[in-house]
Design a protein around this ligand. Structure first.
Ligand code: A2R
Length: 323
């Protein structure tokens, strides 16, 4: 059977890349020059995109892909894809929900612990020989004991984080646009009101125009001097200069960040702060979970090209009736 022309946009990890090559006629797009060559030589034949990030799928790219039917995004967040442009052209977009939920929730808890209890700094202290030379690491001012966490975004991952916080005996509240009928956690219709009542803000909303910089100076001030911010959602959700200012002035205690406004670039001012724990967007980045995400990308493409509904379409691009 003839393999279907598929653009592999932004690169994939090894196993997923190999499986894509086995199933599809793959056109590489890991680097800008490679992408340009693939679009120039094969753009008029490409029917699917497996998108591993880095490059936006915008109108200009879609104009060069007249036969495109589906964009299968590697990741649950799909900011960077022009959904309106895809919907206008009848192109379906899929993502990889659920398979990464627990991994990302684990990472959020790791960030929270590392931030409150300064574990990376304590380890660096030991490795530098300072335990021997100077004695015990100073007692941490931060602790999880007695904390109340406000989760911004109580979806799949937010709920998995809430369950972990339950187990660790923190109080949990949340802010979303709509109250969930299926949880007992305290709901806040207003983010600032929640920030005033909690001391720990865990951000796990998608990057959209509506969430852009919604965690601003006012939210951080409301969180207060014992405040801890953990962001494993999207860097765009936080006003990054305001966060840097709040950390530097000790308006809040600390932040644990896996995502940034301009990845992979992290501002020097943030790097210089000793009350920030910084990770290079590794929320879902285990072999186990990335393999599962890659398989879901492939399964979405295979389902679509077999004439079936995609497995995990996003709500913004309607799936046409294919019967
Ligand atoms: O607002 P709702 O009721 O649709 O709740 C969703 C919430 N959310 C928002 N909350 C406040 N203001 C907004 N403008 C807003 N937009 C969305 O975010 C829901 O509770 C949550 C998203 O949950 P899920 O769609 O289940 O996504 P999941 O799998 O938890 O992943 C969340 C994000 C991804 O989009 C990536 O950016 C990152 O975590 O990995």
């Amino acid at each position: 059977m003839t393999k279907i022309d598929t653009l592999v946009l932004g690169g994939m990890h090894a196993r997923t890349g190999e499986e894509l090559t086995r199933q599809f006629a793959c056109h590489p797009g890991a680097a800008a020059s490679e992408l340009e060559a693939s679009l120039t030589t094969s753009g008029d034949r490409i029917r699917g995109i497996a998108r591993g990030g880095h490059f936006d799928v915008d109108r200009a790219m879609l104009d060069r892909l007249p036969k495109l039917e589906i964009v299968a995004n590697f990741g649950v967040g799909y900011d960077g894809i022009d959904l309106k442009a895809c919907a206008d052209r009848g192109i379906v977009v899929t993502n990889t929900p659920d398979v990464l939920t627990e991994e990302v929730a684990d990472t959020a808890l790791g960030l929270l612990l590392n931030t409150a209890r300064e574990l990376p700094a304590a380890e660096a202290y030991l490795r530098a020989g300072r335990w021997v030379a100077e004695g015990d690491y100073p007692l941490t001012k931060g602790t999880l004991r007695g904390r109340t966490a406000g989760i911004l975004g109580l979806g799949r991952i937010g709920l998995a984080i809430a369950r972990r916080l339950d187990a660790m005996q923190l109080q949990v509240a949340y802010h979303t646009r709509r109250e969930r009928p299926d949880v007992a956690y305290k709901y806040y219709a207003d983010l600032i009101s929640m920030a005033k009542d909690v001391d720990t803000l865990v951000i796990v909303v998608p990057g959209t125009p509506a969430t852009a910089r919604m965690v601003n100076a006012d939210v951080l001030t409301a969180l207060g001097p014992d405040g801890i911010v953990v962001n494993i959602g999207r860097g765009s959700v936080v006003d990054e200069p305001a966060l840097i200012e709040a950390l530097a002035s000790r308006t809040i205690r600390a932040a644990g960040l896996d995502v940034f406004a301009d990845e992979p670039n992290v501002p020097d001012a943030l790097m210089a702060l000793d009350n920030a724990v910084l990770l290079p967007h590794v929320g879902s980045a285990s072999v186990h979970t990335r393999d599962a995400m890659g398989q879901l990308v492939i399964d979405n493409l295979l389902a679509w090209f077999a004439g079936n509904d995609p497995i995990t379409p996003v709500p913004e691009t309607p799936v046409p009736n294919r019967a």
